[in-house]
Design a protein around this ligand. Structure first.
Ligand SMILES: Cc1cc2nc3c(=O)[nH]c(=O)nc-3n(C[C@H](O)[C@H](O)[C@H](O)COP(=O)(O)O)c2cc1C
Ligand code: SF4
Ligand code: SF4
Length: 251
């Protein structure tokens, strides 16, 4: 089994790791950030799990882009697990449609509620959601091990505008308190940040994943919109440290 994941603040990374620990079969986890420039991805495994955070009721652009580059083994069993704070929206239908366009079938989908890292999510850390994370994953494991196939039905909506392509639509930028430490450069999955004269400059290849925003040690990164919450308190999963997120770009 192989689990592909994307994670900016650790909710999805920890979920993938916990799943790997709990599952009673050989299971590898691979970060899609590390595959950003791979023209073709050959999983070898025929049980394939996709773990991703919900962005605007859809999946992150990089995740969609990665799936399009996978050469699926014949008769793969494919499942998806979304992490989210409020609602997974139509992500299962988006995933189903994407896989169908590639001649594949989404057999099973589930989700795990965890603290929100977006500007729209409540700016507090929900201790209960963190406490229940392992238990919620434990409930999914038998379905995966038994290769449960669900009927996934519903009208497929258009992909979210924000996720359809990389673009800095939130106006993410660093203010004058930037100390030029380079942390944001190291965590950005899109290599979209450059240090110019000791100041972080953010380009247009942005997924709005907010890794830079949450991991900047001096909270210099902010968004132009929405103004009211563009300086929300920073979050990362307590079991994830900065080197874990940096490592995800190469492993
Ligand atoms: C750009 C963006 C959009 C988001 N949109 C949603 C959403 O539509 N629904 C929701 O429940 N959570 C949403 N979230 C919250 C994340 O899905 C959630 O916090 C996720 O677990 C973060 O995963 P990570 O820590 O692995 O990066 C959004 C987060 C970001 C950064
Ligand atoms: S992480 Fe923050 S302080 Fe460090 S370079 Fe980036 S914006 Fe500047
Ligand atoms: S610039 Fe920041 S928000 Fe945009 S993709 Fe890079 S780390 Fe994510």
């Amino acid at each position: 089994m192989i689990l592909y994941y994307f994670s900016a603040t650790g909710n999805t990374l920890t979920s993938a790791k916990y799943m790997q620990e709990m599952i009673n079969e050989n299971c590898r986890i691979v970060s899609v950030s590390a595959l950003k420039d791979a023209p073709v991805i050959d999983p070898e495994d025929d049980v394939i799990g996709f773990l991703f955070p919900i962005y605007h009721a859809d999946m992150p652009w990089l995740f969609r882009d990665t799936i399009k580059r996978i050469r699926f083994p014949e008769n793969s069993y494919i499942f998806s697990i979304a992490t989210f704070r409020g609602s997974p929206g139509a992500c299962t239908l988006h995933m189903k449609a994407l896989l169908e366009s590639l001649g594949q079938k989404l057999s099973y989908a589930s989700g795990i509620r965890l603290p929100g890292n977006s500007v729209m999510n409540p700016p507090y850390v929900d201790a209960e959601l963190l406490r229940d994370q392992k238990e919620n994953i434990r409930k999914i494991i038998p379905d995966i091990e038994n290769r449960v196939v669900q009927e996934i039905e519903g009208e497929i909506p258009e992909p979210s505008i924000l996720e359809a392509r990389p673009a800095n639509l939130r106006g993410i930028q660093a203010d004058e308190t930037c100390i030029g430490c380079g942390t944001c450069v190291r965590v950005c999955p899109m290599n979209n940040i450059e240090l110019i004269d000791g100041h972080a400059e953010i380009g247009n290849q942005c997924l709005t994943c907010l890794a830079c925003f949450h991991w900047c040690p001096v909270e210099a990164i902010f968004m132009e919109t929405p103004k009211a919450s563009s300086r929300r308190p920073k979050y990362h999963h307590p079991d994830v440290k900065l080197p874990d997120i940096i490592k995800a770009k190469t492993l």
